[in-house]
Ligand binder design. Structure first.
Ligand code: ZN
Length: 413
């Protein structure tokens, strides 16, 4: 067996194992009734429902992750990727076409294997816990739109990579990085104006008491927001959310209709104040900057990788190509990407505390606490996750930590 192939297998198996360990640590946190700290939020029935939702999700990801792992191990051990690549190159001598066809075939096969799991998750699990609002028709049209967008975006990125690689040689990563950086910036600016409307309907918030309260808050804090939108999140799920997006004149705050339906006006303004905090404290810009750095680092590491023909050999081919380099890189970059996500999640959790503090100081901490409690209970979030699990996966601090931090800000104010 090729020594690099052994490393691929070890990386894949270890990351599968790590996920299982974290899942089981987190599962061990559930008792038969809510812990003292969350008793005021969850009644027994809510708590048991959240527990069952969490456990069902974990069982599901155990099965689907193990299945993906088995498929991947089989493909690697049989050298199928290398065989496929040589076959595609015998059909299409042109590098660019071969690369696109290779990834096209892999994407279609991966999606077909994933499809039954997605259907089960949406129409069995989410349905059972009362979240799913998708009709089969919407599920299919979402999927088709996803294919078209994915094909266009993924296809042009791969083409860009392939062309710059052929033209610029080893320094191609700088050109690819600059282009992707521009794309990232444009996406961030136009996400709510161009991408989101493909899937959802966004309408300006109607006049009324809510809008007046929001305008009053924005005037007080000197936050010029022209674009306050409501999104029809209810057509897919009953889960509620709000988010901020865009930079400069394109900035928008989006409230889900499901959020408006279940919260009082002070709670909604408090959520909006939290989102305003992200903008005022420059979290959006910091996030964008960090992802630019990450992308650059990734491209640079990849440019080193692609020079070694051994990766193609390990995948079962005798000819090093861009696509086999990318595939090998994709596997080995997993642990690096995980380490980077630890850092970005840490920063993101810090930002959440800061935005909560901002909302507490400029608006109303008690209303924010109420809103967070309601969101946590209705989304069946785990009230007391394991610290290791939070450290690895949580981009937002757990509810209890946020409530306590807000309490502190209220007391010192
Ligand atoms: Zn936030």
């Amino acid at each position: 067996m090729h020594p690099l192939l052994i490393i691929f297998l070890i990386v894949l198996i270890l990351s599968w194992l790590l996920e299982r360990i974290l899942d089981s640590l987190n599962s061990s946190r559930w008792g038969s009734s809510p812990p003292e700290l969350v008793r005021e939020l969850y009644n027994d029935a809510d708590y048991l429902k959240a527990k069952s939702y969490d456990q069902t999700g974990k069982k599901f990801s155990l099965i689907s992750d193990s299945f993906s792992l088995l498929v991947m191990l089989t493909l690697l051990l049989t050298g199928a990727f290398g065989e496929l690549d040589m076959l595609v190159h015998s059909w299409y001598p042109d590098e660019l076409t071969a690369t696109l066809v290779f990834f096209g075939i892999i994407a279609i096969c991966a999606d077909l294997l994933q499809l039954p799991f997605d259907i089960y998750k949406t129409f069995v699990i989410e349905q059972k816990f009362g979240f799913n609002k998708k009709t089969p028709g919407l599920f299919i049209s979402d999927r088709i739109k996803g294919y078209i967008l994915g094909g266009l975006i993924g296809g042009s990125l791969i083409a860009l990579f392939s062309l710059t690689y052929q033209l610029a040689g080893p320094s191609f990563w700088i050109y690819a990085w600059v282009t992707v950086a521009v794309l990232l910036l444009l996406t961030s600016m136009f996400y709510t104006t161009v991408l989101l409307p493909i899937f959802n309907k966004l309408s300006p918030l109607a006049d009324g008491e809510l809008k007046q309260s929001i305008v009053a808050y924005c005037t007080k804090t000197g936050f010029a927001i022209k674009n306050l939108m409501v999104m029809d999140g209810s057509k897919r799920s009953s889960k509620a959310n709000a988010f901020f997006s865009g930079i400069g004149a394109q900035k928008k705050i989006v409230l889900f209709d499901t959020l408006i339906a279940n919260h009082s006006i002070p709670e909604l303004v408090a959520v909006l104040a939290h989102e305003t905090g992200h903008y005022k404290l420059k979290h959006t810009l910091t996030g964008l900057f960090l992802s630019l750095i990450q992308t650059g680092l990734m491209f640079f590491i990849f440019s080193i990788f692609i020079q070694y023909p051994q990766f193609a050999e390990a995948l079962g081919s005798n000819k090093p190509t861009l696509e086999l380099g990318l595939l090998a890189f994709g596997i080995l970059y997993g642990p690096v990407s995980m380490a980077l996500s630890l850092a970005t999640n840490f920063i993101s959790r810090k930002h959440e505390y800061e935005a909560d503090a901002y909302a507490t100081k400029t608006y109303n901490g008690a209303a924010l606490q109420e809103a967070l409690k309601k969101l946590s209970v209705s989304n069946l979030s785990n009230p007391d996750p394991h610290p290791a699990y939070v450290f690895f996966y949580y981009s937002h601090p757990p509810l209890l930590h946020r409530l306590r931090a807000i309490e502190k800000v209220i007391q010192t104010a």
